[in-house]
Design a protein around this ligand. Structure first.
Ligand SMILES: [Zn+2]
Ligand SMILES: [Zn+2]
Length: 354
């Protein structure tokens, strides 16, 4: 499935798989979209994810020219790319409700427009759910919606389909689902895949072991193909393997653990990929320096040893615990804001992602 966007994987494996992984994080755009770049730079990110528009609202925003200018100035100042956006959480291309289906397609078109305005590397999104539909009909509906969104988008921004944890009959818990959607969309070159470690684990891939990781990679190779994988979401999982529950945890604080995450991050199959954290953060404010340092230490590219990074994370966790309930701050545009809590995410910690 080699195409113009394929990376020279074999060459990068030989050179240095480790140094090539681009560790980064989801960063808040609160205070202006360019603030995400400044936050990313402060954490030493080599890749970034943002919400291009409010993740809990259908109505998409338009960035004014002065906002785009500030964004471009920040990007010129800080070398933190590639930058991706994450689609809104309301998208459900599997829906049989015609309003939701049409709004989902509209949202993808808007998301691609915003990504083009901000010159992003791609839009990452969740396909939606099966609902009560039979899988073949749902796959066809999803593919038709994707086709429509691509055809109506006069830009070449890639769309990345993310694997899901499998809860509520979510599409994409099986990579075979994603492969079927890709095939039904004519394997459009703009369609790519984002692999989320916490979702794969919750969907049944036991990433605690090398065998579990190899089994996941074998599945990816046999379905969507490794060359379609254009980004990683690096998250530990607060929910057990196979639980089908989507609960992100800080690196090393979840069920995958440091050893499992280290295996995944250092696997040559993922060499060169942007790898973005969507963790709750030790202070509950989303991805933070402590998680970034743990990730970098696992790759052997950071300033700190893994032990040093863990000590710092524990200090930060202790500090935030002593603040008690003070950490109600979340990214304004994030899923943890008031809208997110209304949408039934009350049990998630501040800064939670799905
Ligand atoms: Zn994710
Ligand atoms: Zn998730």
């Amino acid at each position: 499935m080699a195409g113009p966007n394929s990376r020279p994987r074999a060459a990068s494996v030989v050179a240095s798989p480790v140094a090539n992984l681009r560790i980064g994080a989801h960063c808040s755009t609160a205070g202006g979209v360019q603030r995400a770049i400044e936050r990313a730079a402060a954490m030493g990110c080599r890749s970034v994810q943002i919400f291009g528009t409010n993740g809990r609202q259908w109505k998409a925003r338009h960035h004014r020219s002065e906002e785009i200018a500030a964004w471009e100035a920040a990007r010129a100042t800080h070398d933190v790319g590639p930058v991706f956006s994450h689609g809104i959480y309301l998208i459900n291309l599997g829906s049989t409700d015609s309003r939701i289906y049409a709004a989902s397609i509209r949202s993808l078109i808007d998301g691609l427009r915003i990504a083009a305005d901000l010159k992003l590397a791609g839009l990452i999104f969740h396909l939606g759910s099966y609902g009560d539909g039979a899988p073949p009909a749902v796959i066809a509906r999803v593919a038709q919606g994707l086709r429509h969104a691509l055809d109506q988008s006069p830009n070449s921004v890639p769309l990345l389909l993310e694997n899901s944890a499998g809860s509520a009959r979510m599409l994409g818990a099986r990579f075979a689902d994603l492969a079927e959607v890709l095939a039904a969309t004519g394997n459009d070159e703009r369609l790519r895949v984002c692999v989320d470690t916490a979702h794969a684990f919750a969907a049944g891939s036991d990433l605690r072991t090398a065998d579990g990781l190899e089994a996941l990679l074998a599945t990816v190779r046999a379905t969507v193909g490794l060359e379609r994988v254009a980004a990683l979401h690096v998250n530990d999982s607060a929910a057990p393997c196979g639980s089908q529950r989507d609960r992100h945890a800080n690196l090393g604080e979840g069920e995958i653990g440091l050893d499992g995450l280290r295996l995944a991050l250092n696997h040559p199959a993922f060499a060169g990929l942007p790898a973005m954290l969507e963790v709750p953060g030790f202070a509950g404010d989303g991805p933070d320096m402590a998680n970034m340092e743990i990730a970098r230490a696992m790759l052997g590219v950071g300033r700190l040893t893994l032990l040093g990074a863990l000590r710092r994370a524990r200090r930060q966790a202790a500090g935030s615990a002593s603040q008690g309930a003070a950490s109600s701050r979340g990214p304004v545009d994030g899923p943890s804001g008031p809208a997110g809590r209304r949408a039934g995410h009350a049990s998630k910690p501040v800064g939670a992602f799905n």
